[in-house]
Design a protein around this ligand. Structure first.
Ligand code: AHM
Ligand code: MG
Length: 340
């Protein structure tokens, strides 16, 4: 395709919003700002092995986990870009204990708040495997003109306006979902623009790949263990055994799941009753994207998007991906331990 045929993310988003005469374009502007942060983070990620930014920072985040220097850079970049944005009233980040309200006049009158995991899968930086930035956008529930409040960030995923991720893989892509669908944009480095490359993305209804940290299986429930046996059993009719793929970087594992179908799981286990992944920064945005693409995401007892968060950093078990595969694992889990 010649460069003059490219559709930039900005052009695409504006065209989409024009489908709604009452739309103001505020969401397009916010997505553009997130795209800008993605490009700045991309620049640093691409130089990670060259500059002295690689390595542990020495600080720990609110969950007691080690932060890497690039995490801090990505976090600071998003916080600053969104502060300068005219469309964002405040943010909550996986790396910050509390939400942050922007107090300038533009921000106080902005409709949206943004939650993000600035650099997910950061333990993969050292080994040059894909990592990503995950974001989620809500319309605030607090009064316009005043500081945003924690309630703005504790809304269930079914109230999301948009969600997406930037994946720093063999190429850099920004994928975002609204209720209109899911579209993917690849960064064209020579012009510095995200360009439409994956229109109207759909997650296949069924798949042949299961993805989880199987090293934890000794701590899994009986239902999970028998589902894993089902995945590994040979059965030509159903196309099993399935392939196991696990990068250990949720954005990368989810990107593959969205494109190829399959299931990604981070279940509860005997020592982590709520699993590992965070509802507001990882599970809700990914569930919103997958559902908009025809997939499914559940915690075990309910749809991820129907959970009302009670605290900013809560964790939740997750089973997400092709609808039929999610239904199948739930059959096994519920047969062994009926959930309410
Ligand atoms: P992070 O936000 O600290 O990077 O942790 C989240 C990551 C996910 O990207 C990934 O799916 C998971 O942790 C891997 O965990 P584990 O090493 O326990 O399999
Ligand atoms: Mg993360």
């Amino acid at each position: 395709m010649s460069q003059s045929n490219l559709i930039t993310m900005d052009e695409f988003t504006i065209r989409e919003t024009r489908k709604f005469p009452q739309a103001t374009g505020d969401l397009s502007a916010l997505l553009r700002d997130i795209g800008l942060a993605g490009k700045i983070i991309n620049n640093q990620v691409r130089r990670a092995g060259l500059v002295d930014i690689l390595g542990k920072h020495g600080a720990t985040n609110v969950q007691g986990e080690e932060q890497m220097k690039l995490d801090i850079f990505a976090n600071d970049t998003l916080i600053k870009i969104l502060k300068n944005s005219t469309e964002c009233a405040g943010i909550a980040s996986e790396e910050n204990d509390e939400h942050l309200s922007y107090e300038d006049t533009f921000s106080l009158n902005s409709k949206y708040v943004v939650l993000f995991d600035p650099l997910d899968g950061s333990s993969n930086i050292d080994v040059n495997a894909p990592i990503g930035t995950i974001f989620a956008i809500y319309r605030r529930v607090s009064e316009l003109g005043k500081s945003c409040t924690e309630a703005d960030f504790l809304q269930p995923g079914n109230r999301l306006m948009a969600a997406g991720y930037v994946i720093f893989g063999s190429s850099t892509m920004l994928v975002y979902a609204t209720r209109l669908g899911v579209n993917g944009f690849t960064l064209e480095p020579s012009i510095g623009e995200f360009c439409l490359s994956h229109p109207n993305m759909k997650c296949p209804e069924n798949g042949k790949i299961y993805s989880l940290n199987q090293g934890n299986s000794i701590k899994f429930s009986d239902g999970m263990q028998s589902y894993l046996n089902y995945c590994m059993e040979s059965n030509k009719e159903e196309g099993r055994p399935f392939s196991h793929r696990y990068i250990g970087s949720m954005v990368a594992d989810m990107h593959r799941t969205l494109l190829k179908g399959g299931i990604f799981m981070y279940p509860a286990d005997k020592s982590n009753v709520n699993g590992k992944l965070r509802l507001q920064y990882e599970c809700n945005p990914m569930a919103f994207i997958l559902e908009a693409a025809g997939g499914k995401a559940v915690s075990g007892s309910q749809n991820i998007l129907d959970i009302t968060p009670t605290e900013l950093h809560q964790r939740v078990p997750i089973f997400i991906g092709s609808k039929k595969m999610v239904d199948k694992v739930m059959e096994y889990v519920k047969e062994h331990e009926p959930v309410s």
